[in-house]
Every structure is written in C-alpha cells, then in structure tokens.
Ligand binder design. Structure first.
Ligand code: GLY
Length: 370
C-alpha cells in the first residue's frame, strides 16, 4: 500500500510518500522527480549499514553519483561543528548547487543535515528519509532545520536556537524501518502523535488508546493508520502557517517544558519522553487556569502512560535551573514564557502564565513520593 500526501510550501510543493518496503525504490523515484546528479547521504551512524546502505544502493542503481557521511544522533552533538563537518564532506565530495543532501535517520539527523542543506552554497535540495516514528510524523515535515546552542548562563544547551526553514524536495517514509526501531524510540514518536491528536484529531486519541499495545508491538496496520492520521494533522498545520506565526505554535505543546529537561544528561530522556512529561505539566497548568477539566488532564496522562511514556520526571531536579532554561526558549515573547496548553477541544497559546504557576506545574511532575 502506498499513500502520497502533497504539501504546499512557500518554497514550492512537495510530496510525502508513505510506502512499505520503499527504501530501495527511492533512487528511481527521485531521478524521475528532478533528474540524476550528485547526492550526499547523511545518515545516523546507527543505521548507516542498514537503511542508509539500502538508500545509497538504490540511488547508485538509478544512476546517481553518491557520497556518504554519518553523524552520531546525540543532542550534545547537535551543534554547528556537526554542520561544519557536513559542509566539509559536501565540499570534499564536489557537491555543487545542483546537488542534494539526503537525510536518513531520526529527527536529529534530519534537523542537522537539513540545516547543512539550507546553508551549503546558499541552499541545495534536501530529501528527508525519516526512519523513526517521530521523524516520520513530525520532524521531517514542514521545513524546520537547526542545531542547539550553548546557553549564556552555563554549559547547558538551548534547543534548536540556530536554524532555518528549508522545505524538503521530498519526504520518503518506509514504515518497515520501524520494525528495527528500539521500543523506546517508537514510544518517543507516539508522544508526538498524541500531541497531534490533542491539537486537531480527538478520534486519533481514541484509536491510540484502543491500539496502545498493537502500536508498541509495531503492528504494521495500526502503524500505517497512525502515520496517515498523524501526518495529515502535521501537514494541515504547516500548510496553514508555515513560518509559525499562528497555528503552528500549537505544535509546541509540551515542548517548552520538555526542552528544559531533554538536554539534562542525568535524566536520560528521549525527545518524546521529555515532551510527554512536558504535556503533563502543561495539562496541570491548563486545569489550574480553568481551561481544561481535571478529567481531561487525567485522560491525557493515562493515554501517555498506556503508551509506555513517562508522565513524571525520573528524579527530582532543581526548579530554578528548569525555569532558567525555559527563559531562553526561542518561542518566548517580551512579556515572558510562551506556553501551549491543552484545552477540552484542542490547545491554546498562552503568554500570561506566571512564573509561580510554571514552578508549581514542575512540582506536579516531580517523582511521586515513595
Ligand atoms: N515540530 C514542531 C514543528 O514542526 O513546528
């Protein structure tokens, strides 16, 4: 089965193709789309010998000149020096303005390789080949690219503080790659699907609750339905507001809280786990402000837990440090921290949540007393 979802963008339209077992067909499809040339495959080193090797072989078979490089998918290495090394590899391989970069891996790989593509020779084609659920439903769609930056206040990294909007030429999704994805990574992607459901598809939340086990078992039918529904939510939002001046901000649900805890190494949280805890903190704020019911917040927490996601921090963390990290979030406005909160029907952006309420929300997601 193959699903093609067209996306409009200021840089031109592109397609998201979802097809099982399609990695080996990418080369021919891409040749038909824009003609052959030189590509640099930038892959997460964990899948360099598997999925990325299939992609590279498919490109060579279709007549492409293929160069390859890898990166380590670690938040601490999601920095300008990794972008610099991709630029260096691109230049050494002889890529020119007609060449393309193909990102094969998760969201981090797509963000970093995407930023390299957006800036190399003022921008070359980018093809996203997401191999994690999170990248399939979220990171590969909508053109966000970027890297982390050290915060002025210490050695903690601020998430995605430097970057660019750079729409892909094609997003190529092969759900079979999820069969080898570690369970924790799969669950991390499920958090972003919950986020999409809260914002724009309440039926998706019900489906996820019913199929919580099948989804974690990697049942292909359940996964395909999830991909279709979740990607459609993301597509609808980025088409309506590509540059995040309005509706797209809703996609940051759970992220202002989540970004404060994700870089803390001792917590060892995946992006989706951090967002899951962040959504729980945001839900508490929403109940406190009277824009969601206690029952609504509890249902959200229960769904996340049934998908194997954390709803509290694994250990207590100093709230001053968390507040400090939130103050440097790039979504903030002059008047203070900008939060997205889940309501009974969708989510809303709020700029008026006080520091005291945010601090109290953190106490509600600290580890439960023994
Ligand atoms: N991942 C959030 C966005 O694409 O806006």
């Amino acid at each position: 089965m193959s699903i093609t979802l067209p996306v409009t963008s200021m840089q031109g339209a592109y397609e998201i193709v979802i097809a099982s077992g399609s990695l080996s067909r990418l080369g021919h499809h891409l040749a038909g789309l824009r003609g052959c040339g030189h590509v640099l495959v930038v892959a997460d080193d964990a899948i360099a010998d598997t999925h990325a090797a299939v992609v590279a072989a498919s490109l060579r078979d279709a007549g492409w000149a293929v160069s390859e490089t890898t990166l380590q998918a670690q938040e601490s290495l999601k920095t300008m020096s990794t972008v610099q090394s991709i630029w260096d590899d691109a230049l050494a391989a002889g890529l020119n303005r007609d060449s393309a970069i193909i990102a094969v891996g998760g969201g981090l790989t797509g963000d970093v390789a995407g930023f390299a593509a957006a800036t190399y020779m003022r921008g070359i084609d980018l093809i996203q080949v997401p191999t994690t659920l999170l990248a399939m439903v979220d990171a590969s769609i909508g053109g966000k690219t970027g890297v982390n930056m050290p915060l002025p206040s210490g050695d903690q990294l601020g998430k995605n503080l430097a970057g660019a909007f750079w729409a892909p030429t094609l997003v190529w999704v092969d759900p079979n790659t999820l069969q080898t994805l570690p369970l924790r990574e799969l669950q991390s992607g499920l958090a972003e699907c919950v986020k999409h459901g809260v914002i724009a598809d309440r039926e998706l939340l019900k489906v996820m609750m019913v199929h919580a086990e099948a989804l974690q078992d990697g049942n292909l039918e359940a996964i395909l339905d999830l991909l279709d529904r979740s990607i459609k939510v993301k597509r609808g939002i980025v088409q309506a507001d590509e540059r995040e001046t309005g509706e797209r901000m809703l996609l940051n649900l759970g992220h202002t809280f989540g970004h404060a805890i994700e870089p803390i190494e001792e917590l060892d949280l995946t992006h989706g786990e951090a967002v899951s805890i962040g959504m729980c903190a945001a839900a508490w704020c929403a109940v406190h402000l009277g824009i969601n019911s206690q029952g609504g917040a509890e249902e959200l927490v229960q769904l996340l837990a049934s998908l194997g996601l954390p709803t509290r921090l694994p250990k207590s963390i100093d709230i001053d440090g968390l507040w400090d990290a939130m103050r440097f979030d790039k979504k903030n406005v002059e008047s203070g921290v900008r939060l997205v909160l889940p309501t009974c029907e969708s989510a809303v952006v709020r700029d008026d949540v006080s520091e005291q309420v945010v601090r109290e929300a953190w106490t509600h997601v600290m580890p439960s007393p023994a």
